[in-house]
Design a binder for this molecule. Structure first.
Ligand SMILES: NC(=O)c1ccc[n+]([C@@H]2O[C@H](COP(=O)([O-])OP(=O)(O)OC[C@H]3O[C@@H](n4cnc5c(N)ncnc54)[C@H](O)[C@@H]3O)[C@@H](O)[C@H]2O)c1
Length: 291
């Protein structure tokens, strides 16, 4: 199947990165959001991030100009009806995603593939409420999209081989690597990563180590580029907690019980880098451990 026009729903952290890499790879991108401000911010950010790639000589100024010219924005969701593939990357709330698909479906071409960048919602359940469960799948980019090599491709129970192959073709054209995952809670990366982060928080909670000793142990003792608590702050502690809850609820196993200390930080509004405080305090020149 020939994919040339791709619709991206949601112009936030992930949507702007997805539009960036698609346009650079030569796809025509139509980026949609409910907020004009989000669309304007996304285009400005893509422009800056492409500039950085030009200054590092990763791409030419012509590549940048061509990529920017391929990105169009719209607040009218139904404009995405004429695309070959839709990647939904709106806010992680099932009712929001459901409304987007409901509004879009009557306007879609029969061949259009629908995908979601969700980190935790069941692909099979989202697919079952559309008119094309066989043409529906998970297209899970990692953050930050332009830098991360992996894309998880998640088959719902009904996803057909043609749909999977078409999405795999897109990942390959982006120069990225696909990991094929079945549709179970948190897929592969977060299924493994989040319990490790949660365990690091338990290690802190039980006083086995402090923030510094835990992060240093995993960096120097396991060769991880970032410590687990530093990484949790980068991802967002609310996101980490939400994914642990998805694992706990979806797999009904106490080994996924979110650490009470993680819950406490989220209750305090200490969500990591984005709120300037998490396991580290980022309000000064250098991050200071909070424990
Ligand atoms: N942040 C991450 O590290 C990460 C990694 C992988 C996947 N994801 C997934 O990507 C998706 C987006 O996450 P994000 O971090 O970019 O969120 P974000 O909050 O940065 O952006 C979400 C955007 O969706 C827009 N939006 C909300 N309702 C909409 C609607 N009805 N129609 C169109 N746009 C709408 C918002 O205005 C906002 O601009 C989520 O499903 C999330 O699980 C996030």
């Amino acid at each position: 199947m020939d994919i040339t026009r791709i619709g991206v729903v949601g112009a936030g952290q992930m949507g702007n990165g997805i539009a960036h890499v698609l346009a650079l790879a030569g796809y025509d991108v139509l980026l949609n959001d409910v907020s004009q401000e989000a669309l304007d911010k996304a285009v400005a950010l893509i422009d800056r991030n492409l500039d950085r790639q030009v200054s590092r000589e990763k791409i030419s100024a012509e590549d940048k100009a061509a990529a920017m010219a391929r990105i169009k924005t719209t607040m009218t969701l139904t404009d995405l009806g004429k695309t070959d593939l839709v990647i939904e990357a709106a806010t992680e709330r099932e009712e929001i995603k459901q409304k987007i698909f409901d509004a879009l479906l009557p306007h879609l071409e029969p061949h259009t593939i629908l995908t979601s960048n969700t980190s935790s919602i069941s692909i099979t359940r989202l697919a079952s409420r559309t008119d094309r469960p066989e043409k529906f799948m998970g297209f899970h980019f990692m953050n930050p999209v332009p830098l991360m090599q992996l894309v998880e491709l998640i088959r719902g129970i009904a996803t057909d081989a043609e749909t999977y192959d078409a999405c795999l073709g897109v990942v390959e054209r982006l120069g990225k690597t696909a990991a094929s995952a079945e549709d179970f809670p948190a897929f592969i990366v977060n299924r493994i990563l989040m319990p490790m982060i949660n365990e690091a928080v338990y290690t802190l909670y039980e006083g086995v180590g402090n923030v510094n000793s835990i992060d240093q142990s995993m960096k120097l003792g396991a060769n991880h580029p970032m410590g687990p608590l530093e990484l949790a702050d980068f991802i967002g502690l609310d996101t980490c907690l939400a994914i642990m809850n998805v694992l706990h609820d979806g797999l009904a196993d106490t080994k996924y019980r979110p650490c009470p200390l993680l819950t406490k930080y989220v209750e305090a509004g200490w969500l990591g880098r984005k709120t300037k405080r998490g396991f580290y305090d980022y309000r000064g020149e250098t991050p200071v451990p909070t424990r």
